[in-house]
Design a binder for this molecule. Sequence first.
Ligand code: BTN
Length: 266
Amino acid sequence: MLEMTERKMDVDTIRAALKTHVFGARIEYRVSVTSTNDIAKQLAETGAPEGTVVCAEEQTAGRGRMQRSWTAPAYSSILTSIILRPSLQPEQMGRLGMAFGLGLADAVQQETGLNALLKWPNDLVINGKKCAGMLAEADLVGRRIDYVVVGIGLNVNWNAASLQGAPTAPTSIADELGHPFPREALLASFLNHSEQYYTRVGKGQSLRDEWSQRCETLGHEIRAVTPWGEETGKAEDVNEVGSLLLRRADGSLVELAAADVSLHTG
Ligand code: BTN
């Protein structure tokens, strides 16, 4: 059984490890919130600048994709949201998911040595189990993005494998390493790596190759549950905005912007 302690995140330690220009220049630390995405949205509405980071020890109404909830014991994990004000068209938003997925994977791999992969659309998986998820929420004014909040939940110091009812088998950094790991180092590294990828997105550079190389989904027969129904086929590629290109059995190609994906065995 892993020995876990209830220790607050040390924001000064996070700040000291930052190599960023924008991300984390303002860090809003809270003990308990409904959802860090909610707090980040409120701050964005009142003019908080790009790069503002909200992090909390506990969420009482944490949200996942597809109307699911996101659960993590207090003081155990990274529950964080970043405010962005990108100069992108709404249909390019998927590029942000690619930037933050890559940033998270690089951070986890570099800090822990674990083999961190991405599962389309943007789950972080270690040894085939989900260790983190991402929920991006945008506010549009007409066709212009006013702000985007990117929320990340990374399971760190709790026995996530014990969680019942998750669509993908869960895990945590501690589950995989066999011992707890300092959350500050992970959060700072995530911000450092993500800012670099985000800067590249701002310059119009492609992240497609790097994202594809990190992705464990491509090349596999999968079942994708979309908001509009189910699709099965071979996950062939991702495009520049992170949509999945799925080859159906009849040879046709379908582009999926969002779905839940599982390996298709029969
Ligand atoms: C998913 O995989 O379904 C996405 C999970 C995203 C969870 C994070 S935790 C921090 C932020 N606040 C939320 O309410 N959700 C995101």
